[in-house]
Design a binder for this molecule. Structure first.
Ligand code: 5GP
Ligand code: MN
Length: 323
C-alpha cells in the first residue's frame, strides 16, 4: 500500500545527503510543478539538490513564473548524488538523456500516476487514481510532515490544474478537489495561476493557433479531429513547440470529436503525436502500439510516418478498436 512505500521513500530521502530530481522530456505543468515542489522541499530540508531533465533545458513561456524555475540546471552537471527521484515519468525512455545515467544511482524513487508505469525505480510510488503526480507529491509531503509554504502550494496546484484540464477531465475526483482546496488554504491563488498559465500565450502563438485550427480535418468514420504543426510554421511565427502545448484542447472541443490529435514535425523528420480522447476510445492503448504511451484519455507517441499516413493509421486504429 502507499503508506508502506511512503515510509520507504521517506527513509531514503531522510538518509540521502544529495538528491537529483528529474522529469519527463518536454515537460508539462505536472512535471515542472512536481519537480520544483520537491526541489523546494529538499533544499529547505538542507539537502544538496539538483533539478533537471534529460534534454537541453527550455522553460515554456507559461511556466517561466514558477517559483525557483531559474534553478533548474542542465542534466550533465546534475548526475552525482545518493538518490535520484523521477517524477511524472512512465518509463525509462521518457527520461530522455537521463536514461543513460540511471545505472549510476543506487537508489531511485519513481513517483508517477501513469497506468503504464514500468516500475523502473528501486522504490515505486505509483497511484493510478491520482489526477496528477503533484497530487501524490502532496500526500508524500504531508506524510513527511513537510512545511508546505505558498510556493510549494502554488507549484502543486499548477500540476493538478493543468493535468485535469482545469478540473474538468475524467481524472478529477473529490479527492483532487480536496487536495486543491488544501493547497489554496496553504497559499495557492487560483486566479493568479490561471492568468499565468492560460492567459499568457504570445500574440504570435494565438495567430499560429488560428492557422492550425483553420486546417483541421474531421474524419467522420472514426470521429477523429486532427491538425498539424510543421517546423516551418514555428520558425515563421517565431514560436517554440512548447508554446503549442494547449492547442490540442481546442480541437477536442468539437462535438463531433471522439479523438483529437495534433501531429508535430520534429527536427529528424519524424512526427510527435499528441492524442486526446473524450472517454470512449483508449488513446493510451493506441499510442502504445507505436512505443508511445500515456493515459486512456491523453497520450502521445513518436511516428515514423508522413502526416497523411499518420492520420490514416490513427483513424484505422480507432475504427478497428471501437467501431
Ligand atoms: P502530451 O500529448 O501532452 O505530450 O502527452 C499526453 C500524455 O501522454 C502525458 O501524460 C504524457 O506523459 C504521455 N505521453 C506522451 N508521449 C508519450 C510517450 O512517447 N511515451 C509515454 N509512455 N507516454 C507519453
Ligand atoms: Mn502528469
Amino acid at each position: 500500500m502507499l503508506k508502506e512505500v511512503f515510509e520507504q521513500a521517506a527513509a531514503a530521502i531522510n538518509g540521502a545527503k544529495s538528491v537529483v530530481l528529474t522529469i519527463h522530456v518536454q515537460p508539462d505543468g505536472d512535471a515542472l510543478g512536481s519537480l520544483l515542489a520537491m526541489y523546494h522541499f529538499l533544499r529547505k530540508s538542507g539537502k544538496t539538490t539538483c533539478a533537471t531533465w534529460g534534454e537541453p533545458i527550455k522553460i515554456p513561456d507559461q511556466y517561466k513564473w514558477l517559483p525557483e524555475v531559474a534553478n533548474i540546471t542542465n542534466f550533465e552537471s546534475c548526475i552525482d548524488a545518493d538518490l535520484l527521484i523521477a517524477l511524472d515519468c512512465a518509463n525509462e525512455h521518457r527520461l530522455g538523456l537521463m536514461e543513460q545515467k540511471l545505472s549510476s544511482f543506487k537508489s531511485i524513487i519513481n513517483i508517477d500516476h501513469h497506468v503504464d508505469n514500468s516500475s523502473f525505480g528501486t522504490i515505486n510510488i505509483l497511484d493510478f487514481s491520482a489526477s496528477a503526480t503533484c497530487e501524490i507529491v502532496y500526500e508524500l509531503l504531508k506524510f513527511m510532515k513537510a512545511d508546505i509554504d505558498s510556493d510549494i502550494a502554488s507549484l502543486l496546484y499548477t500540476g493538478i490544474v493543468t493535468d485535469t484540464g482545469r478540473f474538468q477531465y475524467q481524472n478529477t475526483t473529490a479527492k483532487t478537489l480536496r487536495v486543491a482546496a488544501d493547497l489554496v488554504d496553504l497559499g495557492a491563488v487560483p486566479n493568479d495561476i490561471f492568468k499565468n498559465i492560460y492567459e499568457n500565450i504570445s500574440f504570435a502563438s494565438l495567430k499560429l493557433l488560428a492557422k492550425v485550427l483553420g486546417r483541421a480535418e474531421y474524419v467522420k468514420e472514426s470521429g477523429l479531429v486532427y491538425s498539424y504543426i510543421l517546423n516551418e510554421d514555428l520558425s515563421k511565427a517565431g514560436v517554440s513547440v512548447a508554446d503549442t502545448e494547449n492547442f490540442i484542447d481546442y480541437l477536442r472541443t468539437a462535438r463531433e470529436a471522439s479523438v483529437a490529435a495534433i501531429f508535430k514535425e520534429m527536427a529528424d523528420g519524424k512526427l510527435r503525436v499528441s492524442l486526446r480522447s473524450k472517454g470512449l476510445v483508449d488513446v493510451g492503448a493506441i499510442a502504445r502500439e507505436q512505443d508511445g504511451g500515456g493515459h486512456r484519455n491523453a497520450a502521445g507517441a513518436t511516428l515514423d510516418m508522413t502526416i497523411d499516413e499518420a492520420a490514416k493509421w490513427l483513424s484505422d486504429r480507432i475504427k478497428a478498436l471501437h467501431f
